[in-house]
Design a protein around this ligand. Structure first.
Ligand code: MN
Length: 422
């Protein structure tokens, strides 16, 4: 009786939630992200990242895969004890021992803030070469695990691994059975990152059309970036109606990484009219989150990385610098404050113009003549002068050091200069 009422209430809440114009952001930096070769996070570092994710407004956090070992389990235990606000989830195989361990690690968290994500491979490759199971064995294993997990979890997500390479009819059946067994969220995973935006949006629509009880579960997507399409795929699925996007900060993760959450959040933020859905993540937290994850994982995103790369707000080219000095919007996708970054950097190098040089000198309180500006520009462009000119250029370059592309002032360039001491 109680469970029947419970199920009705859950169904009502889910249907209400699905109608809201919101995309729930689920973070797996600490699990799929931490699986990236070369990354090793200790439990304390995981806690630091989880706190920052919760403070930024991330809806749910995949805290780890308990079966991976004691370090992983300890990280989940620490997060469960200390992080408030987000739903805290653990990844679990369809094994009772995994489910019991996840339940124990998250036991201190309130029932509506703790979740388990159960996974099993459903594609022919995974069924035949990994699980050695038939289709019906896969379904039985999944549904039994979901039923068992209900003793400890109200929120059960089910994610068929390698869903993007699973036969559509079988995939639909798996979802239907999983929802009937009690999963309140189903995941569509592109485990090896092979889909294109049109194909994944089509797949999502077919799931919605063919899974009879789909209204009783949230639908999540999990993309990898092997073709550089993870963000485009996630956005295409958002348009097709999915409720949850899972990814990582800085796009870290297996192989080419997971979808970068900062990209999805900013695309939704900048294109509200197009997507008509918002997230609870505060874009102003993105820059600091990115820096924190880079610092603790040791993986520095490339400077041309979308949204949070250092070059997004930095330019060396004269025409761009001149435009930005007149109005920053001329050559910026969005103001740095929007993601909590900044300020804009006008870097001085070979391609810079006199306005940027003068700007830097004047904003440092240095009045200067056209001739001095020209000398600095000549230096930047690699033009030679007589030795006698160098001390003056160097004086100016010293003031400009923080803005130079390489940050190096060539104090030794004037050969024979007594100040060099050689
Ligand atoms: Mn993955």
């Amino acid at each position: 009786m109680f469970s029947a009422i419970n199920r009705k209430v859950k169904r009502f809440v889910l249907r209400q939630q699905k109608k809201k114009p919101i995309v729930l952001i689920s973070d797996t930096t600490l699990r799929d992200g931490a699986q990236m070769p070369g990354i090793s996070l200790d439990p304390q570092q995981k806690l630091t990242i989880a706190k920052a994710l919760a403070a930024a407004g991330v809806h749910s956090i995949d805290c780890g895969f308990p079966a991976a070992g004691p370090n992983e389990a300890e990280g989940i235990r620490l997060i469960a004890k200390n992080v408030k606000g987000s739903v805290l989830s653990a990844l679990s195989r369809t094994l009772r021992a995994d489910i019991d361990l996840a339940a124990e690690l998250l036991s201190g968290v309130s029932p509506l803030k703790r979740a388990i994500t159960l996974f099993i491979g459903t594609s022919p490759l995974h069924r035949e070469h990994k699980h050695h199971m038939t289709k019906s064995q896969i379904i039985d294993t999944a549904t039994e695990a979901i039923a068992y997990a209900q003793s400890a979890f109200e929120i059960i997500s089910f994610g068929p691994e390698d869903a993007s390479r699973t036969e559509p009819d079988f995939l639909h059946k798996v979802y239907e059975e999983a929802i009937a067994a009690g999963a309140v969220s189903i995941g569509f995973t592109d485990t090896v990152g092979v889909l294109t935006p049109d194909k994944c949006a089509d797949t999502v629509r077919r799931i919605q059309d063919n899974v009879s009880n789909i209204d009783d579960a949230m639908m999540a997507v999990h993309f990898h970036n092997d073709l550089g399409l993870a963000t485009a795929n996630s956005l295409a699925c958002i348009k097709a109606g999915v409720n949850v996007v899972q990814g990582t900060i800085n796009g870290i993760g297996e192989r080419a990484g997971n979808v970068a959450l900062e990209e999805v959040v900013m695309a939704l933020h900048l294109h509200k009219n197009e997507y008509k859905r918002s997230t609870t993540v505060d874009p102003r937290a993105l820059s600091k989150l990115s820096e924190l994850v880079a610092q603790l994982t040791g993986f520095q995103p490339p400077s041309n990385k979308a949204v949070i790369g250092k070059n997004i707000f930095r330019t060396e080219a004269g025409i761009h610098q001149d435009g930005i000095l007149q109005n920053p919007d001329t050559y910026l996708p969005f103001p740095p404050e929007m993601i909590g970054a900044g300020p804009v950097e006008l870097v001085l190098g070979q391609q810079s113009g006199k306005n940027a040089v003068r700007h830097h000198l004047e904003s440092n309180g240095i009045t200067t003549s056209e001739e001095h500006v020209k000398l600095v520009l000549d230096y930047l462009k690699g033009q030679k002068h007589d030795d006698g000119d160098y001390p003056e250029i160097i004086t100016f370059l010293e003031k400009l050091r923080p803005f130079l592309a390489d940050g190096v002032v060539p104090t030794g360039m004037a050969s024979g200069n007594a100040a060099d001491g050689d």
